[in-house]
Write a protein that binds this ligand. Sequence first.
Ligand SMILES: [Fe+2]
Length: 295
Amino acid sequence: MSPSTCVQAFFDTGTSTVSYVLSDRATRRAAVIDSVLDYDFKSGHTHTGSADRILAYLGEQGLTVDWILETHAHADHLSAARYLKERVGGRIAIGEHIRQVQQIFKTIYNLEREFLPDGSQFDHLFTEGEVFRVGQLEVQAMLVPGHTPADMAYRVDGMVFVGDTLFMPDVGTARADFPGGSAHILYRSIRRLLALPPETVMYVCHDYPPKTRTAQWQTSVAEQRIGNIHVHDGIDEATFVAMRTARDATLDVPTLILPSIQVNVRAGQLPPPEANGVRYLKIPLNALPVRDPAV
Ligand SMILES: [Fe+2]
């Protein structure tokens, strides 16, 4: 890693999400990855404490934001991408297959006609292998679907931000049972990531630590290949898919999935206000095609 490359992590204890600021010290340019807009489920209020910590860091370091990146449309937290863009600028970007996710959830939520599932809510959609810059850093976008159809990883200077493909080795991998998800495809995406040079540093998007340790978010390709409890070397696709499918059948629906996705497919923009000036989130009843915990 070049001495000019800097990564600062921000762990949100409420959603176990890790947001990152990737920066190039030489040019003072930065990218924000997977930001969090705090949301209180009980009161329906949004808060900006998590995003404001990132803004404070950007200010202290004198960083200019070029990109506000999402690895995917998250189902566990609302994105602060729009809030950050309004304050410090930067282009909001995600993988081009977000269109597929938008189409799926436009149907589930019956979103307004003006919401187009064409990715136009984002400033840029990455294609597989596309290279972009943060200052002098070259970042490569890697399409790594499976958890959702649109997951991206961002590879830069001996590091890779893997989103929700892999978690820490003792936690394993992300679920693949959301609409459009696939354990088969997730396995192949993970193998692509594990084919990177073994010394590649991996930054994960969540940590759900066992009681024996505190939250962590940095590991390596080598550590994952040796020790990931779901996909270490030697686990073949059929074994992984059987494990993942059985495990997903036991997982509860994430608490914030319904509030989150309808905001995140809009690139972090809250739904348009109604005639009284208030914005509303929609809760589709008996419509989400995931396991019903009551059954
Ligand atoms: Fe996710």
